[in-house]
Design a protein around this ligand. Structure first.
Ligand SMILES: [Zn+2]
Length: 355
């Protein structure tokens, strides 16, 4: 196993998807999920080439995606690719639910049947960018599964943790971290998804709701007043076959690094110890950062390093999959802080120095 550098996965086609605006409580605002996010991260990784090795992912077989996602979602994305005009940003406008309603995913006008918010548009490029974003997550997981590295990173963009089996939303189209977990679990391994994005990982929760092989933990802003509003509460603990395999840790506004670490100690590490996973998938959003326009926590870059270090120090191989993080001027340094923390923490756990 090589632990002197972290393999990182990214494909340039992920930059072709450029959502231009979104609807936020009726207001049209510039879309925060920009290509500048990925570019900022890439710049930071490439600046430290001895620690990070950026590579192209292997293209994911479509059967791997449809083992987890409803085929109709893929049909819809391909319809968007074929039917939308170049440069057009399409928002679903009809959201009819109920008995006897049949939706046709090859008809873009029915897109509202597969979408749960007003912030996640479709364009000609959505499918290709999402496909490569998901491929990054599974390629990173594959490095971990083959035991070649203890830490691997997927620069997944668009992000994934809000996407469910059959719906998109929260800027997410394919469930990247869940696909990584599915890959790691394929040969019977126990996998824990630890979601540190400031928003609840509702997609991962719903996908593995009744699966005792995958523990899902999310630590996030209290959904009483924060996206995604309907999920992320502490009483959501898993389905009948997987009771206590879902853990939600909602935290109050302005949570700082110290309070965050206390929550990790109280609610996250005891559950990880009890579950005893073979692998961790870290849904690595950095929108807990103090200057993030989409978050309301106050973690510093040093705090993010510490969070990575604590999780690495748990001593299990980690597939880190990029989720949110919208303060683009500092996103590169914040992601690098989490990744270097993971690396140092892991080496420390294995008695090989580091922080
Ligand atoms: Zn987020």
């Amino acid at each position: 196993m090589s632990d002197d550098y972290i393999p990182c996965f990214f494909h340039s086609d992920q930059l072709t998807f450029k959502p231009r605006y979104e609807w936020a409580f009726g207001e049209r605002i510039d879309h925060p999920e920009t290509t500048a996010r990925a570019e900022g991260i890439l710049t930071a990784l490439e600046k430290d080439g001895s620690r990070y090795d950026v590579r192209r992912p292997e293209p994911l077989p479509e059967a791997t995606i449809t083992a987890l996602h409803d085929q109709r979602l893929l049909t819809l994305y391909k319809a968007a690719k074929n039917d939308l005009r170049r440069g057009h940003t399409f928002y679903p406008t009809v959201f009819m639910h109920g008995e006897g309603i049949e939706s046709d995913p090859s008809n873009i006008a029915h897109a509202g049947s597969f979408c749960f918010d007003s912030g996640t548009p479709l364009s000609r490029e959505t499918w290709n960018a999402s496909f490569w974003s998901a491929s990054c997550a599974v390629s990173a997981a594959d490095q971990i599964m083959r035991g070649e590295h203890p830490i691997a990173y997927a620069l997944s963009r668009p992000p994934g943790h809000h996407a469910t089996r059959s719906s998109f939303g929260g800027y997410c189209y394919l469930a990247n971290a869940a696909l990584a977990a599915q890959h790691l679990a394929a040969e019977g391994a126990r996998v824990a998804i630890v979601d540190i994005d400031v928003h609840h990982g509702n997609g991962s929760q719903s996908i593995f709701w009744n699966d005792p092989q995958v523990l899902t933990i999310s630590i996030h802003g209290d959904p009483t007043h924060f996206f995604p509003y309907l999920t992320g509460f502490i009483n959501e603990t898993g389905g009948p076959a997987a009771s206590n395999c879902n853990v939600n840790v909602p935290l109050e506004e302005k949570t700082d690094g110290q309070a965050y670490e206390r929550a990790l100690d109280r609610h996250v590490f005891p559950r990880l110890e009890a579950f005893d996973p073979d692998f961790i998938v870290l849904a690595a959003g950095v929108d807990t950062y103090e200057r993030d326009p989409m978050g309301d926590f106050t973690l510093t870059t040093e705090d993010l390093h510490r969070v990575g270090e604590r999780i690495g120090n748990f001593g299990r191989p980690v597939t880190a999959v990029q989720e949110g993080g919208y303060y683009t001027a500092h996103i590169g340094r914040n992601v690098a802080a989490v990744l270097s923390g993971l690396h140092e923490g892991y080496l420390h756990a294995k008695g090989r120095g580091g922080g």
